[in-house]
Write a protein that binds this ligand. Structure first.
Ligand code: CMC
Length: 428
């Protein structure tokens, strides 16, 4: 279904095509606007700009719906695994048993990183932020495995996806080991995806780490919930870089950099930091909420609010329940969970948050889940990046397989000085 929108400018009426997506989302096609009217649209932060047509992920932010390739996140969270979800997100349908086995083999075979690459870890200072190491090393992969960047058919695409999804986990664990001064641990072919990561994170030469099924399941869930989230900041970055025909690894390394910021993936660290600060300072939750409302020194309720969700983020609902289950199964408790629950209650009953439709997002409870698994805080955003890799790959694939895609190149409205005369150096 499509129609016509009429726009009146300087006394003239222009007709613009409209386009409606498969879920009824409506858009006005402005691709010819500048040519026909001389105007462009202005949309700070792109809140009203559809940058592409995509068949990967659907979000209804008002209803709190998230679907990967049409499948609700709640169904995947209850039944699928990260590897299966990754294949679904990238290749558009649930894998057959044959697809799964082939992809699992590719993941297993791709887990090692080049021996020369292992030496790079020694060159970083021990205090290097893991996200800096991760983005640098993902870029480095294209130097060590140039073949994987040559993608011209389904087979090479699947191999490249497996290389990236598998090696990002090895790089992440290696960067953690380097940061704590322990030897890097080789991956094992016999372990599944989540278990292999936990092995590389926590095994030491004198003792193998054996994760409990509950811990592995919790990690799988965390990764699945982060697998894609349509045109967020890092995914748009990957598409932007990919639109110049930059290779998959370079494009995803750029995604890692975008994810790093505290308003995006870095919010999972900021949220736990905030809960710890509340705990250590001993201030009542109500007082902290007042600080947020009064905008004291830019204090925000981290893990709350979202550009798209104006209702519960369905991922935060799943995580909230899962945190409870995992802590019970592991017979652990976390005082930060009590503070988080109290904060959520206070915010959801406060006019400031209600009027602005601010609800817990994925980052509000995810840090508590990662703490329960034993992941240190400095690795939280890296964990988000491992989880988001399928989404970045799928978006890169979508843009590269579309014969009509053009290089991303937004315009601007210039507001700087006009026609300034150059002054000789001695007269300035
Ligand atoms: N705490 C207090 N006030 C907030 C918050 C918050 N977390 N989020 C938004 N607001 C206020 C904001 O100050 C503004 O108020 P006013 O209209 O009076 O100026 C209003 O709500 C609208 O917010 P906005 O900043 O225009 O919203 P945005 O769509 O530009 O930003 C956001 C979305 C997620 C960056 C923002 O809500 C935020 O900074 N949240 C905290 C950081 C966070 O949790 N980020 C993770 C996002 S989900 C995962 C991901 O994408 O990585």
């Amino acid at each position: 279904m499509s129609g016509i929108a009429r726009l009146e400018l300087d006394g003239k009426v222009y007709e613009l095509d409209t386009f409606v997506g498969t879920e009824g989302e409506r858009s006005i096609d402005i691709s010819k606007l500048r040519d026909t009217t001389g105007y462009i649209t202005l949309d700070d932060g792109y809140g009203n700009t559809g940058s592409c047509r995509s068949a990967i992920t659907y979000i209804d932010g008002d209803a709190g719906i998230l679907r990967y390739r049409g499948i609700p996140i709640e169904e995947l969270a209850g039944r699928s695994s990260f590897v299966e979800t990754a294949w679904l997100v990238i290749f558009g349908k649930l894998p057959t048993v044959e697809d799964r086995d082939r992809f699992a083999s590719l993941l297993g075979e791709s887990a090692m990183i080049d021996e020369v690459m292992r030496k790079h870890f020694n060159a970083f200072p021990q205090t290097a932020p893991p996200m800096a190491i991760l983005s640098a090393m993902i870029n480095t992969l294209s130097a060590h495995d140039a073949g994987a960047t040559q993608i011209d058919d389904d087979e090479s695409m699947e191999r490249a996806a497996a290389v990236l999804i598998s090696k990002v986990r090895t790089i992440a664990a290696a960067s953690y080991k380097a940061s704590i001064g322990e030897p890097l641990v080789y991956p094992r072919y016999d372990l599944k995806y989540a278990e292999n990561f936990l092995h590389m994170m926590f095994s030491v030469p004198y003792r193998n780490y054996e994760p409990s099924p509950e811990v592995a399941a919790a990690l799988n869930l965390f990764l699945m919930l982060h697998a894609d989230h349509e045109q967020n900041c890092s995914t748009s970055t990957v598409r932007m870089v990919g639109s110049s025909k930059a290779n998959l690894f370079a494009s995803c390394a750029a995604g890692v950099c975008a994810l790093w910021g505290p308003l995006h993936g870095g919010a999972n660290v900021a949220a736990v930091q905030m809960l710890q600060d509340i705990q250590e300072s001993g201030i009542p939750v109500s007082e902290f909420v007042n600080k947020v409302k009064n905008r004291d020194a830019g204090v925000k309720l981290m893990g709350f609010g979202h550009r798209v969700y104006k209702n519960f983020d369905p991922r935060s609902r799943i995580l909230k329940k899962s945190v409870d289950d995992v802590l019970n199964q592991l017979e652990k408790s976390d005082p930060l969970l009590d503070i988080a629950r109290e904060l959520e209650d206070a915010a959801l009953n406060d006019d400031y948050f209600v009027e602005r439709k601010l609800y817990p997002n994925v980052d509000f409870y995810s840090g508590i889940l990662l703490r329960a698994i034993g992941i240190p805080m400095e690795m939280f955003t890296v964990m988000f990046a491992i989880g988001r890799m399928p989404g970045w790959i799928a978006n890169w694939k979508e843009i590269n397989e579309n014969p009509k895609s053009r290089i991303y190149r937004p315009r601007q409205i210039y507001v700087g000085p006009t026609d300034v005369e150059w002054e000789p150096r001695e007269e300035r």
